[in-house]
Design a protein around this ligand. Structure first.
Ligand SMILES: [Zn+2]
Length: 217
């Protein structure tokens, strides 16, 4: 059991076992303000660090790093900040969080807690007319997401196609339980963090769409 004293009404309800299913919270539209709520209701949550850092490697190309270091000037010299991005999830759910700290492990831990607070349900399905299997290996329909000048389209793909999306984004899809998907990216593609946000935005948009066909789970 989690050693935790709830500070919110929702937290107390979860602690007392009045709320047993996280979907109840999404249906009520209540904001989750304590990560322990997610720990209790989704105990099998997986976690992935999304590599948002990168420095030019030897012989060209970019070396991916898990965190991104930013510097700012201070009277006594340069001060560094470590930025981390973490995805938490399990089939049907994803949360993305970002945080900064003076140390790598601190930034990752903070980002993980933020990711839990941002968790949303992921609608899965088989929206591919070429497949039509009605299982939940892909998404039910085409959807778009945005972050700044970056636009990302996610498209349903037939079974066996795999994840046609950037390496870091595949981590998120696997957590969410999606195995086949096509994607198209437009505009500013410089940072993997905005890529991550555009992806998250697309799933949020998908949750707003009414779907009448029985091809989602
Ligand atoms: Zn299918």
């Amino acid at each position: 059991m989690v050693d935790w004293k709830p500070r919110t009404e929702l937290g107390k309800e979860v602690m007392e076992g009045k709320v047993k299913d996280i979907d109840e919270i999404f249906e009520r539209g209540v904001k989750i303000k304590e990560p322990e709520i997610v720990d209790i209701l989704l105990p099998d949550l997986g976690k992935e660090i999304i590599f948002i850092g990168g420095s030019p490697g030897k012989g060209g190309g970019i070396k991916r790093t898990s965190t991104r270091r930013t510097a700012r000037m201070h009277r006594s010299g340069r001060r560094f900040n470590i930025n981390a991005c973490v995805a938490v999830g399990r089939p049907g759910y994803i949360g993305i969080g970002k945080a900064s700290g003076t140390e790598h492990t601190v930034a990752i831990e903070k980002a993980t807690q933020h990711a839990k607070l941002n968790i949303i349900p992921i609608r899965r399905g088989c929206g591919s007319w070429e497949c039509g299997c009605k299982e939940h290996h892909s998404i039910p329909m085409k959807i778009s997401g945005k972050s700044g000048a970056l636009k990302l389209d996610l498209l349903p793909a037939p079974k066996g196609i795999g994840l046609c999306i950037g390496e870091e984004m595949k981590k998120i899809m696997r957590l969410a339980g999606i195995s086949d998907l096509w994607s198209k990216m437009f505009g500013d593609t410089r940072t993997r963090f905005s890529y991550t946000l555009a992806l998250f935005d697309a799933f949020k948009n998908l949750n707003k769409v009414k779907i009448e066909e029985p091809n989602e789970v």
